[in-house]
Design a protein around this ligand. Structure first.
Ligand code: G6P
Length: 550
C-alpha cells in the first residue's frame, strides 16, 4: 500500500512556504488531476493537451495486469523466463527501477555499445525480448531489436514468437510487429509522454513479465493520487514541486542520493524525468546522482539542493548530529520516501509543478532531437573523424567548442583534463559522458567523485547513448554553464545491425560525434577522449585523474 513521506529543510522549505499558497489559489493540483492543459501557458498548450494521461493511468493499467500475468505463465511453461528489454529513456528506466527494487532480473539493453549488447546475447533458449518504444522509431531500440531477433534466429528459435512489443497505436513499430506476427503487442496510451509512462504499459509489461508485483505498484500509486490532487498547501506534490522549481535564487543542481531507500535506481528515473522535462530555454534542474559521503554532499554550494531518498518506514529524520564526514552537511534539503508507485506519481506531479514555476513546457524535449538529427546525418554521410589533436598512450585527444582546450603540441590526458576543469564557470558543472559498456566497464564511474573533489563543482556521469535521452536535454537546453568530457572507445569486436547500412560501432560513434557537435554549436567546451584500447585507456584516464588529485 502507499506510504509517502516528505521533509523540506532550509531553502526547500522556504520555497514551499512561498509558492504553495499561490499554487493552491491557482487550484493547480485539482486542475492537473482534471488534465487542464492550460497550466503551463499558451506556448505549452498544444503539447500539454495530448500529454496528461499520466495523472490517471489506473483504469488502463488494471486490465494489463492479468494479460501480462497470463503471458508470463505461458512463456514460463515453455521454459522462457529471461526478459531482455530493448528500449531507451522513458521506455526502459521505469521497468529497470521496478525490477531492481523488487529483486527480479531484467536485462536492460539501453545501449548501442557492441560489447554491452553482445554480452546480452546469452541464454537465448529461455529469453523473451520486449521491444518498447512509444514513437516506434528510436534507432537504438530498432537496432537492439534487430540484433536480438537475429541472434534468436541463429539459435534456431522463431524470433517473432519470442518478441513482445510495447508501442503507441499507429506507430511504425506497431504496424511492423503485427505484420511479423510477434507474440504480443501491447498498445500504450498515446496521451502519456515517454518519461511520464512509468505506470502505463511501458513500466508494467517488462516488469510484470520479469515477475515484479505490478498490481501492488498500481495500488500504491493509486492510493496516493487523491492526496496529490488536493488544493492544499500540505499536498506533497505541490510542496516538492515548489521546493524544486521555486527556490530563489534557483538551486538548480539537485544532488540526489540514496539515504536508505529500498528503491534501487530510483535516482536514475528521477534524473530523466526532471532533466528532460525542465532543461530548456536556458533554465532547468540538473539532477546529480551521488553516493554517500561524496564531495557534493560535504559542501554547501549556493546553487545546490540535496535530495535524500529515504525509507519512509524506517526514517527517523535528518541525522544532523551524525559524523559530518559521513552525512549531508547541506542545510538545504528534500527528504522523501515511500512506495515506488507513490514516488513515481509524486515526482511526476512535482515535475509538472516545477515546470510551471520555471515557466517552461515540461512535456517536450526540443534538444534531444538535435543530437538525433546530427547522428543521423553522420550515419547517412559519414564525415571523416577529425584527426586527433594529440595522442597520449592509448588515448586520443580532441576538442570541440573551445580549441584552446588543447593547445598545439603534446598534451597529456591530465593536462587536458585540467584545462577542461578550468573552463567550468561559477554555478557551472562538469558532465562526464562515457559511450562504453556500463556493465563491465563501470569502474569508470570512479572518476565522478574524484573529478567533483578536484573541481569543487557538481559532476554528472552519464553512459552514452542512455544519457542523451535524459540529462542530454539539459546539457544543450539548460543554462550554458556545463563543461563536457566525452569518452569513447574502439570495441574489440563490432556487431552488425541486420539489414541496416551501419554497424553498432558506427552508430555509437555517430551518436557521440553528433552530440559533441551539437554541444560545440551551443558554445559548450567538449574534451573528447577516445580509447584506442579500452582497458588500457580506462586505466590511463583513471590514473590521470588520480595524478591530478595527488
Ligand atoms: O519510447 P521512444 O519513442 O523510443 O523514446 C525513447 C526516448 O526518446 C527520446 O529521448 C525522448 O526524449 C524520451 O523521452 C523517450 O523516452
Amino acid at each position: 500500500m502507499s506510504s509517502l513521506s516528505l521533509t523540506l529543510i532550509g531553502a526547500a522549505r522556504e520555497a514551499a512556504e512561498a509558492q504553495a499558497p499561490g499554487l493552491v489559489d491557482h487550484e493547480f493540483a485539482s486542475r492537473l488531476a482534471a488534465q487542464d492543459h492550460t497550466l503551463w501557458g499558451p506556448d505549452a498548450e498544444e503539447e500539454a493537451a495530448k500529454r496528461l494521461g499520466w495523472v490517471a493511468p489506473f483504469a488502463a493499467g488494471r486490465p494489463l495486469v492479468d494479460q501480462i500475468s497470463r503471458l508470463r505463465q505461458e512463456l514460463a511453461a515453455e521454459g522462457v523466463n529471461r526478459v531482455v528489454l530493448a528500449g531507451m529513456g522513458g521506455s526502459s528506466l521505469a521497468p529497470e527501477v521496478i525490477c531492481a527494487s523488487a529483486g527480479v532480473d531484467l536485462v536492460v539493453l539501453d545501449s548501442t555499445d557492441p560489447q554491452q549488447v553482445r554480452a546480452a546475447l546469452t541464454e537465448l533458449e529461455r529469453t523473451v525480448l520486449v521491444v518498447a518504444s512509444k514513437s516506434g522509431s528510436t534507432v537504438e531500440t530498432d537496432s537492439q531489436r534487430r540484433i536480438v531477433q537475429h541472434a534468436l534466429e541463429q539459435a534456431g528459435i522463431d524470433p517473432f514468437s519470442r518478441t513482445v512489443v510495447v508501442t503507441d497505436p499507429g506507430s511504425p513499430m506497431n504496424e511492423q510487429a503485427r505484420e511479423q506476427g510477434v507474440r504480443a503487442v501491447f498498445e500504450a496510451d498515446p496521451t502519456v509522454g515517454g518519461r511520464y509512462s512509468a505506470l502505463t504499459a511501458f513500466g508494467l509489461v517488462p516488469a510484470g513479465l520479469a515477475g515484479a508485483d505490478i498490481a501492488e505498484l498500481l495500488d500504491s500509486a493509486e492510493s496516493a493520487a487523491d492526496l496529490l490532487a488536493e488544493d492544499d498547501a500540505a499536498n506533497p506534490g505541490l510542496q516538492l514541486g515548489a521546493a524544486l522549481g521555486g527556490t530563489a535564487p534557483l538551486r538548480d543542481k539537485l544532488v540526489i542520493t540514496n539515504a536508505g531507500s529500498p528503491l534501487v535506481g530510483l535516482g536514475a528515473w528521477i534524473e530523466q524525468l526532471v532533466a528532460e522535462s525542465t532543461g530548456k530555454q536556458g533554465t532547468g534542474l540538473l539532477p546529480v546522482l551521488v553516493a554517500d559521503g561524496e564531495p557534493e554532499l560535504t559542501r554547501d554550494a549556493e546553487d545546490a539542493l540535496v535530495v535524500q531518498l529515504v525509507d519512509a518506514e524506517a526514517d527517523e529524520g535528518p541525522s544532523v548530529d551524525a559524523d559530518p564526514a559521513e552525512t549531508v552537511v547541506s542545510p538545504h534539503m528534500v527528504r522523501t520516501g515511500g512506495s515506488l508507485g507513490a514516488q513515481f506519481l509524486l515526482w511526476e506531479v512535482a515535475t509538472a509543478v516545477a515546470g510551471s514555476l520555471l515557466g517552461i513546457n515540461p512535456f517536450d524535449q526540443p534538444d534531444v532531437e538535435s543530437a538525433k538529427v546530427a547522428a543521423r546525418g553522420l550515419l547517412d554521410s559519414p564525415a571523416p573523424v577529425p584527426a586527433a589533436t594529440t595522442v597520449d598512450g592509448a588515448v586520443e585527444l580532441r576538442a570541440s567548442g573551445d580549441p584552446s582546450l588543447l593547445p598545439a603540441g603534446e598534451v597529456s590526458v591530465a593536462e587536458a583534463l585540467e584545462a577542461l576543469l578550468r573552463r567550468i564557470p561559477d554555478r557551472g558543472y562538469l558532465a562526464v559522458m562515457a559511450y562504453l559498456d556500463r556493465i563491465s566497464e563501470n569502474r569508470l564511474e570512479e572518476l565522478r567523485p574524484q573529478l567533483a573533489a578536484l573541481c569543487g563543482r557538481p559532476v554528472t556521469f552519464g553512459w552514452g547513448p542512455r544519457f542523451l535521452h535524459s540529462t542530454g536535454q539539459f546539457h544543450k537546453g539548460g543554462p550554458a554553464v556545463g563543461a563536457f568530457l566525452q569518452i569513447t572507445g574502439t570495441p574489440e569486436q563490432d556487431l552488425e545491425v541486420p539489414d541496416r547500412p551501419f554497424t553498432l560501432s558506427q552508430l555509437i560513434t555517430a551518436q557521440a560525434h553528433g552530440d559533441a557537435q551539437v554541444l560545440a554549436d551551443h558554445g559548450r567546451p567538449v574534451l573528447q577522449l577516445h580509447l584506442r584500447d579500452r582497458n588500457a585507456g580506462i586505466a590511463a584516464v583513471l590514473d590521470a585523474v588520480s595524478a591530478l588529485a595527488s
